[in-house]
Write a new protein. Structure first.
Length: 150
């Protein structure tokens, strides 16, 4: 299990290789990489700035990761989330779940990103041609996270 919140970019391939090194029992790895888009709806995005509270954010990400490890038989899991000013095309987040079997890895990866979108304490501000605007929670993200409750 690993959680990192960082300003620096990351290499998804290197992260997954390091996560699974030395564990030949892993039969599947499912990962998700989130990128900054250049559009939000029909509005162009010049950049996105992500803010967080150090300490609180890492603690919440660890709780989300621990929950995934309670729900599924994972051999390894990873959350890497960036903060600061990011340009379109840059990586924001990486989640990975490794398990002996693919179903657990797929489900855990989906759970991790769904809960990150709704539970992680990050604040996002998009820079548009009309000026900055805070990103509001989306009903579709909340609906995706609801499937994991109960």
């Amino acid at each position: 299990m690993a959680v990192r919140v960082q300003r620096e970019d990351f290499d998804p391939g290197a992260e997954v290789t390091a996560l699974t090194a030395g564990n030949a029992g892993i039969g599947s790895i499912v990962s998700f990489v989130g990128l900054v888009r250049d559009m939000a709806g029909d509005s162009p995005i010049r950049s996105m700035t992500l803010e967080h509270y150090p300490g609180m954010t890492e603690r919440k990400l660890r709780e989300i990761e621990e929950e995934a490890n309670r729900r599924w038989p994972l051999d390894a899991s990873l959350i890497v989330h960036r903060y600061g000013k990011l340009e379109p095309g840059e990586r924001i987040v990486l989640v990975a779940a490794a398990s002996p079997h693919r179903d657990a890895a797929f489900d855990a990866c989906r759970f991790l990103i769904d809960w990150l979108k709704t539970q992680a304490p990050f604040w996002k501000q998009e820079e548009t041609p009309d000026g900055p605007r805070w990103v509001e929670a989306k009903a579709s993200d909340n609906e995706a996270a609801e499937r994991w409750r109960g």
